[in-house]
Design a binder for this molecule. Sequence first.
Ligand code: SF4
Length: 324
Amino acid sequence: MLQGTNLTKDFSVRLGLFRGNATLRAVDHVSLAIQPGETVALVGESGSGKSTLGRMLLGLIPQTSGALNYCGRDFASLQGDQARKFRADVQAVFQDTSASLNPRRRVGESVQAPLLFNRRLSAQQARIESAQLLERVGLDPKTFAARFPHQLSGGQRQRVGLARALASQPRFIIADEPVSALDVSVRAQILKLMQDLQAQEKLAYLFITHDLGVARLIANRVMVMYLGTVVEEGNAADVFAHPSHPYTVALTLAAPIPDPTRARPPRHLMGDIPSPLAPPSGCRFHPRCPFAQAICKTDAPPMREFEPGHLSACHFADQVRAPK
Ligand code: SF4
């Protein structure tokens, strides 16, 4: 449905008064394809480029190079009705719900806006359908339609965000850290709601998250990003059971264990993610990698396929890979 090939995004960054500008490559030759009805989790630490990739897929920022296709058509060539259809088909849900809802608009008005402008419903139809959408996301329209965003909890605002996204009858939702700011119990409710909506509407999700627990719960497929590149991807069950890149192993070990009686494993991820302004040579992960050897500092590892659909970019993936 949505396909990106060799997507790259550069930003020009001003370094200071006498130091001029530098190019920051936030996304570096990433290819991905999202199929109807599937959930792809894009995981990685903050600064890995996953949100920039999500914004490119939404058409919010243009790619520096690479191709983006929607339903077989070049994204850049979409115009008029086709561009409108893309904007309705592909919706976003963001982490910061207070910023994504207009603070001066009542909840009912916020949900009605896409019904009026994207679907061109009459005011009366929009009122009726917005009430139905609020009900679908678990909010009583009689109570919530007249409220302003600041009168809602974080979980309630995220439900409104979902109702707004659904108003355009989308086929694909890009959810950027949609539950990161929520309490654990509310997080579980929102994830369950998203799974239910997916089953009812045959939605596809791109789920951007730094939380592997969330990715494990919701994803069919996982892509792991590090410093703008994809270092591992595959079927979610395979990736979590047999991670084949040291970065994925480290993220897996760093994920919280929902069992207070089990000891935390030792810290596997050393130091912070390097600046994308000066990415390390060879394998970008080598300064933090416990498996690094001399070749890692000079030669960038290519993506290799270990089993159908499971790929990893590591010279020593065979040793890293957890046994079956
Ligand atoms: Fe670590 Fe080397 Fe593999 Fe990179 S290529 S992840 S540095 S072992």
